[in-house]
Write a protein that binds this ligand. Structure first.
Ligand code: ASP
Length: 343
């Protein structure tokens, strides 16, 4: 039998802990104490479980970089006391939070498992119970006194995924998340099968919590017919430091002169522009088509197979750490937490 482990549950809100407001009929988050009422089985787990509840608890649509800082800080403050952490979170922005935490927690050597559910715990068919219990088991799992998953991950519907590789792919299936460009860290059925070759190895260095995030970041999704006025309005946003450009296919964009000129001018003034594909899977390769190489030539950098969620939060993190756009560019093009595959 495994030795008892200590786990801290950080409850931020989300459907998992929601109830129907009798007056409006809408779902809203409730206080964490009710989670024990809904799930008495929690007390049967062979681990020491403590909880930290956000005040107020939120629908994850209200998540922001300050909340990420608070979650990271709670983990940092309690790092020595616990073997692992489970963050209960709404699924809507969970991929952003998981990505952000992966950057903010440098030298993470313990599991931080985010989970939630599509149906509230109180509902009979809820997917929350299994997600929650298995996340605790994963956060507690060790081999030779070393955590099996020393990274930020999302557990949802039988799959453990690297957090900064995930996207929310379904608004209604229990299988809400996908990790299109990276294999699952564990597959869960009767057994929890860890795919150890894909899990980051602990580096045993001291945890460094970086909470400063700079949100002078924008995302622009290209579409046929995108107007000059719109593109220029985005590029002229006051204080804008970075732009995630969601391009077509393997990193292709329109070749009209006004578009390339505007981008180039802003890049020359220090704007960091990252090329991310609109496709769910696969990688940007700007050297494949004429339409891609033009972006490369004006100084757009490749996001390779990074998700938009990870690109946005990585840029916020890097601009929180470095003042010089050149340094941000240099750091961006290398994977720092396993968030992209450099080719
Ligand atoms: N709107 C909810 C949230 O993200 C959805 C969920 O939890 O699945 O907080």
């Amino acid at each position: 039998m495994d030795q008892q482990k200590s786990i801290l549950i950080i409850y931020t809100g989300g459907t998992i802990g929601m109830i129907k407001d009798p007056s409006t009929g809408l779902l809203k988050p409730f206080n964490f104490d009710n989670i024990y009422l809904q799930m008495p089985a929690l007390k049967l787990l062979d681990h020491q479980i403590d909880s930290f509840c956000f005040e107020p608890v939120i629908d994850s649509s209200d998540m922001n970089p300050q909340h990420w800082g608070e979650i990271a800080q709670v983990i940092g403050d309690n790092y020595e006391k616990y073997d692992g952490f489970v963050v209960l979170h709404g699924s809507d922005t969970m991929a952003y939070t998981a990505s952000a935490l992966s950057f903010m927690l440098e030298n993470l050597n313990k599991p931080v498992i985010l989970t939630g559910s599509q149906l509230p715990l109180g509902m009979l068919r809820s997917d929350g119970r299994e997600n929650f219990i298995t996340s605790i088991e994963i956060a507690a799992a060790q081999e030779d006194d070393t955590p099996l998953v020393p990274e930020v991950a999302i557990y949802f519907e039988n799959q453990l995924m690297r957090g900064n590789r995930t996207i929310k792919a379904s608004a209604e299936h229990f299988e809400a998340f996908k990790s299109p460009n990276y294999p699952p860290l564990a597959d869960v059925g009767v057994y929890i099968k860890y795919n150890k070759q894909f899990i980051r190895k602990p580096n045993f260095k001291k945890l460094k919590v970086q909470t400063a995030m700079n949100n002078d970041v924008a995302v622009m999704k290209l579409f046929p017919g995108i107007s000059q006025g719109f593109v220029e309005a985005v590029l002229k946003t006051e204080g804008l430091k970075a732009l995630v450009l969601e391009t077509y296919g393997s990193g292709n964009a329109l070749t009209e002169e006004w578009f390339l000129k505007s981008l180039e001018q802003h890049i020359n003034k220090g704007l960091v522009v990252v090329n991310v594909t609109q496709c769910q899977s696969g990688s940007v390769d700007m050297e494949k088509y004429q339409t891609g190489i033009l972006l490369h030539n004006i100084g757009v950098i490749s996001g390779f197979d990074i998700t938009t969620e990870a690109a946005v939060t990585k840029l916020m993190y890097l601009h929180g750490v470095y003042q010089d756009p050149q340094q941000v560019r240099q750091k961006f093009i290398r994977s720092i937490r396993g968030e992209m595959t450099n080719v």
